[in-house]
Design a protein around this ligand. Sequence first.
Ligand SMILES: Cc1cc2nc3c(=O)[nH]c(=O)nc-3n(C[C@H](O)[C@H](O)[C@H](O)COP(=O)(O)OP(=O)(O)OC[C@H]3O[C@@H](n4cnc5c(N)ncnc54)[C@H](O)[C@@H]3O)c2cc1C
Length: 370
Amino acid sequence: MRNTRILVVGLGAMGSATLYHLARRGVPAEGIEQFELGHALGSSHGFSRIFRDIYPHPRYIELAEATIPLWQELDSLAEEKLMHFTGLLYFARPGNKDIQRTAEAMESFNRPIERPTPQEVADRYPALRLPPDTVTCFTAQAGLLNVGRCILEHLKQAQRSGATIHEQVRVHRVDISRETPLLETSAGEFCCDRLIISPGPWASELLADLSLPLRVTRQQEFYFRPKNRAPYQPGRLPVFGDMETKFYGFPDYGPGVKTADDGLGVETSPGRVDRQLDLGKRDDLQKWLEAMMPDAGFTYVEGGTCMYTNTPDRDFIIGAHPGNPNVLVAAGFSGHGFKFSTLVGKILADLASEGITDYPLDQFRPDRFE
Ligand SMILES: Cc1cc2nc3c(=O)[nH]c(=O)nc-3n(C[C@H](O)[C@H](O)[C@H](O)COP(=O)(O)OP(=O)(O)OC[C@H]3O[C@@H](n4cnc5c(N)ncnc54)[C@H](O)[C@@H]3O)c2cc1C
């Protein structure tokens, strides 16, 4: 049996960040991942995730702001740029309540937003043409994170600071009835003082004892390449989101302009997710893009499948397992968790190594659904 002080199970977005923050503060830690590091079978692969400070709740705004120096620190260690401040433009038809609520919330928390007219949008971003009566909300404190590279960089830096990683090792069973949790894995037994479980869409399997009300949904994203790529690059185009359709998109980064639908897809599980691309959705997204960017001459490049792990309230699950305080749980990051991952990692590292964190976690308690 392998004994270790702190063990992190699941090295996707949250687990990789946790291992990084533990290792960087000199705490002996090991991580276990069932697939290859940086694999494309969970919730955190590809080229881009939005980070944004725009949220209708002050708690999320504060947490989003707290992530920025942490991402900047990681960015400064990486050879390739991980974070691009492009700004984020939301838009909708007149009278849309969501955009109104979001703008009012940001103003009431004294956070700077702009509400450019469609003409002002076109002056700033010539590629983007919105109907003249469109209403908007823009924040400069937003952009994209290179999701795949962020995870690999967290892991690389963790290893550089002394963490051990067990790749392609599957955890079959976790026994939390003992003070020091015991794990049965495809590479034998592990025992640890503190255990952190961050299993993404596999949460209902690895945390079955908690009966968490999680719903895994299939989500897909599609890339389209413009004829002339220059006006669509980060900086020349912001990240953009349509509060009417819930469709959103990124500047040309990676294989092209990425688009996806933030509306929940069909319910599934990691074992039976259908990875065949939904070409009807792809065509809808292409039409939506072409209506806004009529000069682009888009060509479809590729698409991919990913999973959201949704909680009923869309709030995350972060905290001690109700059955054992030496086990910490991080799950249910829904469709908006990636931007927080480096901070979630710091919080879990605080809890595992110090037993306390400065960040309020009440909203995220694992036992709030009981
Ligand atoms: C299409 C799409 C778009 C998104 N867009 C955004 C966005 O723009 N902005 C944003 O902030 N968020 C976004 N999200 C959400 C965000 O990506 C997720 O909330 C986040 O990445 C989840 O990270 P995770 O660590 O919980 O899961 P994962 O990254 O999937 O990690 C879980 C890991 O645990 C491992 N694991 C599970 N079970 C075991 C086991 N038994 N043994 C060993 N290892 C195991 C898995 O293999 C996996 O590597 C998006 C998600 C999707 C799908």
